[in-house]
Unconditional design. Structure first.
Length: 316
């Protein structure tokens, strides 16, 4: 495996922080795929004021990347240069009231859905099936089973790269399919969702249905990253990504320790020993085969971040 280029260390240039900063933190254990190299620095700010002060004083040339539960990420084997921000305690409060839920960006989507259900609030059941954080859900416009963040978000508190805290109304976040137009380098710190009074039994039943549907159709207990590729727009193809992948004969295709799921072929798996290069390379091979058989170029939905540790090879 090719070694990642060694970059000058930036630990000594970090501004003061009430939270925690660590150098050379291997990210693999914290990602859903369980792959990936080390972050040069991981910062866990104590709260939003700490995050704002830290970013305001951090030299502007140092790259900053927020990550949540890393359920939509391939972290490459060479690691991540700069500062990775992980929000934790100080960003996970959840408050419910008569017509909505306000949640910190580190709160898990499932926990927010459960709080809403306990408060008898309907409209956020879809969050129960998405294994990420609220920050990642806003950034990705996460959605499932007929609901998405764009459909229920009121506002998000976002910290800009220069440390300014902005409250941005949902209508100004440019939501599109699995996309939000956050300010460049913006980090979601808190979000407010609309919900309505509902019947607790019906809400619980809806969440149970979502759980059962997922268990039946997706490899939810595997080391995966969710849907790998976006469905092509109808103007390009009337087929979903998984149908194109299946028709290209890629169901079960393997490369190193990576495999296309037999259960849902738009999911890639770390079957045990995969590197990020195996997973990314397998994804590229799937794209190549789908293009060869259907003429459609699949677009990655999973975000790939960091420095390659080895060049993805293409299978013969
Ligand atoms: C089994 C499985 C099933 C899934 N099913 C679905 C599904 O049905 N629907 C769906 O939409 N997704 C699904 N996903 C994908 C994933 O769970 C969502 O995209 C989720 O919203 C990502 O949240 P996260 O906290 O894990 O973000 P990460 O994966 O950590 O990051 C994703 C992106 O969000 C950015 N980000 C993270 N936190 C912040 C923040 N605080 N501020 C700004 N940007 C931030 C990151 O920089 C990155 O670009 C699934 C994933 C898995 C593994």
């Amino acid at each position: 495996m090719m070694a990642a280029a060694k970059l000058p260390h930036i630990f000594d240039r970090l501004p003061p922080l009430r939270g925690r900063a660590q150098a050379d933190v291997v990210l693999a254990p914290t990602t859903w795929f369980r792959v990936g190299g080390a972050a040069e620095i991981v910062v866990r700010p104590a709260d939003v004021d700490d995050l704002c002060a830290f970013l305001a004083a951090l030299p502007s040339e140092i790259p900053v990347l927020p990550i949540g539960a890393a359920s939509n990420l391939i972290v490459r084997d060479g690691g991540v240069h700069g500062v990775v921000i992980r929000l934790a305690r100080g960003f996970n409060a959840i408050e419910t009231d008569a017509d909505g839920v306000t949640a910190g960006a580190a709160a898990l989507d499932l926990t927010v859905a459960e709080h809403a259900a306990t408060a008898g609030l309907s409209g956020l059941e879809f969050l129960s099936g998405i294994p990420g954080t609220i920050g990642g859900a806003v950034a990705m416009n996460a959605g499932a089973y007929g609901g998405d963040v764009a459909g229920c978000l009121e506002w998000a508190d976002i910290v800009t790269r220069n440390g300014e805290l902005l409250r941005i109304e949902a209508g100004k976040l440019g939501f599109a399919y699995r996309h939000a137009a956050l300010p460049p380098g913006g980090i979601v710190a808190r979000a407010r969702f609309r919900a309505r009074a509902g019947d607790r039994t019906a809400i619980a039943a809806r969440m149970a249905d979502i759980r059962a549907a997922r268990e039946a159709t997706q490899p939810v207990r595997a080391r995966t990253g969710g849907s790998t590729f976006r469905n092509p727009p109808p103007a390009i193809s009337s087929h979903k990504a998984w149908e194109l992948i299946d028709s290209a004969g890629c169901r079960g295709l393997a490369r190193g320790g990576a495999q296309v799921s037999e259960k849902h072929c738009n999911f890639l798996l770390n079957a045990g020993t995969a590197t990020a290069a195996d997973i990314e390379g397998l994804g590229e091979e799937v794209r190549r085969r789908v293009h060869a058989t259907s003429g459609v170029t699949l677009e990655w939905e999973i975000k790939r971040i960091g420095i390659p540790g080895a060049k993805p090879e293409v299978l013969a």
